[in-house]
Design a protein around this ligand. Structure first.
Ligand SMILES: C[S@@+](CC[C@H](N)C(=O)[O-])C[C@H]1O[C@@H](n2cnc3c(N)ncnc32)[C@H](O)[C@@H]1O
Length: 256
């Protein structure tokens, strides 16, 4: 197994990046997986041509498969979490329950229950209106915390906080933060640097290695670098990978 160069984002499938990692290589993972939201039912010419080439145009603007069936999504996320558990000590996996992913998420919670330390809830900045009559409007996100060695204890091995609750009412989305329109336009499922900083600062120490397997525009790595941690990211879409490199290289003059 090759060891990886750190402080770098890899423009590839995260399963490929993790193959190159030895066990326990990473101190902390913070990630937000693709939510399996298909736009295939509402298809433009661009998405149609992408689909014909075997890709779908995702909500995030990138071309990758976001139209998994529930079982395929479950299978993919199971592979990813298995690899995350092999390579990493503690994992913060931020998700939103949606129509097309919720059974997969319920399954994942059961499947990985022996490693599940905690489920933190977090307010969304904007309540998503009800999608149909009789459906609850969506106002929360969940963070599944997997702890490979210490899930039975409620105590975190690395805890730099004096007081932190299990419900986070913070600016979780990018919009409150001073991002440019460029990112907003291209990728509309990013989390805020503030959220990433809370996780990284409280649950890892300086010089730790932080990994985001679905790195998007690189928010986790930007926060890690600012907080004097090392980072690795994987992002499959070249457009987002390019944005993350710009953001990381531009920390002083932030923010593009
Ligand atoms: C919810 S977004 C993450 C956004 C990120 N937290 C940010 O602040 O920009 C999920 C990302 O996963 C990427 N992705 C999907 N499948 C992937 C895979 N197999 N390997 C690596 N990245 C993938 C998508 O392109 C998308 O950018």
């Amino acid at each position: 197994m090759n060891s990886l160069e750190i402080n770098k984002i890899y423009n590839e499938d995260c399963l490929e990046t993790m193959k190159k990692m030895p066990n326990d290589f990473v101190d902390l993972v913070l990630t937000s997986p693709p939510f399996n939201i298909s736009t295939a039912n509402n298809e433009s010419d661009r998405t149609k041509s992408a689909r014909e080439k075997g890709f779908y145009h995702s909500k995030y603007g990138g071309l990758f498969n976001e139209t998994y069936s529930e079982n395929e999504y479950l299978e993919f996320q199971t592979k990813v979490i298995n690899e995350l558990l092999r390579t990493s000590k503690i994992i913060f996996y931020e998700i939103q329950l949606m129509k097309d992913n919720r059974f997969a998420i319920y399954n994942l919670i059961y499947k990985f229950k022996d490693y599940l330390k905690e489920i933190i809830s977090m307010s969304k900045d904007i309540t998503q209106p009800m999608s149909a009559k009789g459906v609850l409007a969506r106002q929360s996100k969940l963070i599944l915390v997997f702890d490979k060695y210490n899930s039975k204890s409620m105590q975190y091995e690395i805890n730099n906080f004096n007081h932190l609750t299990n419900h986070w009412n913070i600016e979780a989305n990018r919009k409150h933060f001073n991002y440019s329109k460029e990112i907003t336009k291209i990728h509309n499922a990013t989390f805020s640097e503030k959220f990433a900083s809370i996780v990284i600062e409280n649950f890892s120490n300086k010089n730790a290695l932080i990994y985001d397997c679905f790195s998007g525009t690189g928010t986790t790595s930007v926060a890690a670098k600012r907080l004097k941690r090392n980072f690795i990211g994987s992002e499959i879409v070249k457009e987002f990978y390019d944005i993350s490199n710009k953001r990381i290289n531009n920390l002083q003059g932030l923010l593009i």
